[in-house]
Design a protein around this ligand. Structure first.
Ligand SMILES: *[C@@H]1O[C@H](CO)[C@@H](O)[C@H](O)[C@H]1NC(C)=O
Ligand SMILES: *[C@@H]1O[C@H](CO)[C@@H](O)[C@H](O)[C@H]1NC(C)=O
Ligand SMILES: *[C@@H]1O[C@H](CO)[C@@H](O)[C@H](O)[C@H]1NC(C)=O
Ligand SMILES: *[C@@H]1O[C@H](CO)[C@@H](O)[C@H](O)[C@H]1NC(C)=O
Length: 539
């Protein structure tokens, strides 16, 4: 998540009042009516969807073959039958997390590096991101999974050198005019745009290729891209939280239901929601799972809106919503864009979604809410999107958790986010989560500054490979509020992220990663693994 939002706004940049003079094309942002599907729009969360199950059934053999190749490369004596299902998560933490997480992925991607861990990305079956980690995952998925180095060269370096409020640098006025049109088009289509729409549009100019900041990229269209239809990539999931605004709340509680977005579905397994709807038809007015109008909506699931949703911290203003006139740079730009359509209220701090679970009996926590009011996935102090992977129906065995949280005053993780997830998993009866110690143990044992494995010795638990942000080669404890990186800072952060994944290039680490993965098969292990487990396993 993005803590200290006041700092974020204070740091942000030149006030850049939108100018609406440049020529613009028709907006591709607004939701549009479409024929409703013949399949049910809402289902109870009894397991993963049939679409996801079909993807995983095809993906898993591809991932296992790649994982086997990687293991054999590391140590030819590894047995490679019946390999485990492996997932990766990237935490919140703004651009600090995007860049560190990008370096981690580069170190795992055989297309993009030649280090001991290269090839493990190809062995993943699932990948999740929230907030800054969701920006990273969206930039990969929305662009059909280019390499990190090509994104760095062709998109990010220039984008991050400019402020978020000035998309495309010199082209900013045209971009802001186009975004302005997008916002008014959504309003004209009958949907209230909020600050999150404008924020998501601006972020999209930094993260997505294509006209008007990749406006044609919807999350559901990721499922039509060649990387996805060839089962070459891990199944992507982005998380967010709902705020019970009708009850007067501004922020989610620590036990907040965790919502997930995938190319197929949006919803939650958690008690209180326990339902999913089809991502493609988000925006549709539903009651008790049935459309209330003759037509459904498509195009509501704009990828920029969803990545903005997952990183929305505007709710931290609560009801004390600042007047535009006294707002700092970025907020003034966003507010100016939205204020063309209506006078702003505190509801504009949320990502608004017509509630797909309205009057749905299984979703008692939210069934009275006409709109879901979604915010940053890290606001319940679980800054790693782990919950979706604790579901028994996903059958994850090993999870790489790249934590780039700013728990400490130096903007590094201290294990408290993982501990919070462990505690909430216990309360929710999600027994696949391994035992995690409190942050005092992370700090005393150094688990906060080097990779540590949790759950090695219990095959009823997932093994978590904890990969904390640490400053190996670059001062990577950058503020979450920092939304502008010079080209050399972008490069230094990504290179440091490679070190995070390889434990600073430690020569035995790839072998030890392999040991932790193969251990979950219950099969024979190379003798070297005993030392690995002694070095890296907490339990
Ligand atoms: C938005 O615009 C309206 C009319 O243009 C104005 O009255 C209002 O004060 C503006 N500001 C906010 C915060 O809504
Ligand atoms: C919420 O939903 C209702 C009904 O769908 C809609 O009329 C209203 O404008 C929405 N927005 C807010 C901010 O409540
Ligand atoms: C990492 O942080 C420590 C403690 O602040 C500092 O001594 C060290 O120089 C830093 N290293 C890099 C590469 O920034
Ligand atoms: C690799 O890491 C292990 C565990 O921390 C350590 O014992 C070993 O010395 C490291 N190897 C090198 C070459 O630094």
């Amino acid at each position: 998540m993005l803590p200290a939002f006041s700092v974020l706004l204070a740091l942000s940049l030149h006030v850049f009042p939108p100018t609406f003079a440049a020529p613009v094309v028709i907006s591709g942002y607004a939701p549009v009516p479409a024929t409703c599907p013949s399949t049910p729009l809402v289902r109870t969360a009894s397991g993963i969807s049939s679409s996801e199950a079909a993807y995983i059934a095809a993906r898993k053999p591809v991932a296992s073959a790649a994982l086997g190749n990687w293991l054999k490369k590391v140590d030819s004596s590894f047995q490679t039958s019946n390999l485990p299902t492996v997932a990766l998560t990237t935490s919140g933490g703004g651009l600090r997390s995007l860049l560190t997480g990008a370096g981690v992925i580069q170190a795992l991607d055989s297309r993009d590096s030649n280090v001991g861990t290269s090839g493990l990305y190809q062995g993943l079956t699932y990948e999740a991101g929230l907030s800054g980690g969701g920006w990273l995952l969206s930039s990969l998925a929305g662009n059909n999974y280019p390499t990190v180095s090509s994104l760095q060269t062709n998109l990010w370096t220039a984008a991050f050198a400019n402020s978020l409020a000035v998309p495309n640098g010199p082209g900013a006025p045209a971009a802001l005019a186009q975004i302005s049109l997008d916002i008014t088009a959504k309003s004209a289509a009958g949907f209230q745009p909020t600050l999150v729409d404008a924020y998501g549009r601006l972020l999209s100019y930094q993260l997505l290729y294509g006209p008007d900041g990749g406006v044609s990229d919807d999350l559901s269209t990721v499922a039509t891209l060649s990387s996805f239809t060839s089962y070459s990539v891990p199944f992507p999931i982005i998380t967010a939280l709902n705020v019970q605004t009708a009850s007067g709340a501004c922020t989610p509680p620590d036990n907040a239901v965790i919502f997930e977005f995938s190319p197929y579905e949006f919803g939650s397994f958690d008690t209180g929601v326990n339902a999913f709807t089809q991502t493609k038809y988000l925006g549709t007015s539903l009651s008790n799972g049935q459309p209330t109008k003759p037509t459904c909506e498509v195009n509501y699931d704009n990828l920029g809106f969803i990545l903005g949703t997952s990183s929305d911290v505007f709710n931290e203003f609560c009801t004390a919503f600042p007047a535009i006139a006294s707002s700092p740079g970025l907020l003034a730009t966003l507010a100016g864009l939205v204020n063309q359509t209506h006078a702003l209220t505190f509801m504009d701090e949320y990502a608004l979604y017509p509630n797909p679970f309205y009057q749905y009996a299984h979703s008692s926590l939210v069934s009275a809410q006409k709109n879901l009011t979604l915010v940053d996935g890290g606001e319940s102090h679980q800054n790693n999107p782990i919950f979706p992977f604790l579901q028994p129906s996903r059958a994850i065995d090993v999870m790489l958790v790249n934590d780039n949280s700013a728990d400490t005053s130096a903007n590094f993780p201290d294990g408290s986010e993982l501990y919070q997830t462990y505690q909430q998993a216990q309360l929710a009866g999600l027994t696949r989560m391994p035992v995690i110690p409190p942050s005092s143990v992370f700090i005393s044992k150094g688990y906060n500054i080097r990779p540590t494995f949790f759950g090695c010795n219990d095959n009823s638990k997932i093994t978590i490979i904890f990969l904390p942000n640490h400053n190996y080669t670059f001062p990577s404890g950058q503020s979450t509020a920092k939304l502008q990186y010079s080209p050399s800072e972008t490069d230094g952060m990504i290179k440091n992220g490679v070190q995070v994944a390889t434990y600073g290039g430690n020569a035995t680490f790839p072998e030890c990663l392999g040991c932790a993965i193969v251990k979950k098969t219950g099969g024979a292990l190379p003798t070297k693994c005993a030392k690995c487990f002694a070095d890296f396993c907490y339990n």
